[in-house]
Write a protein that binds this ligand. Sequence first.
Ligand code: SF4
Length: 379
Amino acid sequence: MLVKLSFDTYRKLCVLGVHSKFDVCAMWEGYERNLSVPGIYHAASPSGKIPLLKVLFTNRCERNCGYCSNRKDRDRVERVSFDVFELVRATEELYEKGFIKGLFLSSGVGNNAEETFVKMGEVAKILRHRGFRGYIHLKVLPGVPLDAIAYYQKFASRMSFNLEAPSTSGLEMLMAEKSLWYGLKVLSKIKGTTQFVVDYGTDSDVDYLKLMAKLFSMGVCRVYFKAFVPISHTPMEHLPEGSRIREKRLYEASFLIQRYGFFWKELLDGDRLPLNIDVKTGWALRNPHLFPVDLAIADYRTLIRVPGIGPKTARRILNLRRKGELDSEGLRKILPSFRKTAGFAVFKGRRLTADGDKFPMLPLFSETGYQYMPCGRSI
Ligand code: SF4
């Protein structure tokens, strides 16, 4: 092996790497792991996959959250903790050898949240003082005083705090000792990211969306979701696994609120997100009076509301239009999902078609052609 980790450190990476898997560090996190070094995960980013050492500082915990693999009363768990310098050395070694680009550090509470968080912060501080230039993510533990968080934030590239549930009643089910109020206070200071467990029984889409909108308005930069996973020997082991589709729909809703300017209530069908169709298409089908949109005249805000068109494609359309280079042939090439968009858009008043393609007719069009006035105004 290229890295000279001691047997003890290697064993801790095995245990604390596995137990960190419930913390999400990227939306499409790679589950493939580095086979020679435990604890390395690949987080997807716009610039490709980023290998991170993703570990807990300790899997000891004085708390008893109902769903957690590290809860105090869960038997048959090997409990281990890093020493501050041991984790510093392991991170440096893996970074210098090119195995990782950074450290994603979470933890059980140990005997005391503040004491454990300070040790995590010291890892970040010492790494920086020794010239470490990689990414450092610190997870804030519940109950840590705000001044300690502010002090160690200087050494982290990013901090996060897991709210876990979008309401007080949901939190009571998952982790009675955690306070939503405290979590919001922390997030208003650190901005950073947060994470929710999805589909554990009592959570509602209304609660998620309402809270998500509030978080984005506070400056929180990303919200992650993780479908509930029942863990053996916990009080919630009998519950079914959470829906991955619901997890996906919540991600879609988060992007539509944060990047597309949708008001959270617009995305709900009654009091739920649709499951059988993506969230934006669901919204479009509930608002037929706003379609079809004419791609030859629509402004940016209107374009990004058309199913299949995101900010990047909308900007490309506007760019080509400005240069007088947009035609229906060009649209076929730049629309990422021509089929999806074709049901909701026209170009210069004419339906979008592709040679040989027969798109299913949406109620927006009659079999004989385009019936509605193009909607080029801002939605
Ligand atoms: S505080 Fe965190 S690590 Fe401890 S039991 Fe609760 S969720 Fe698990």
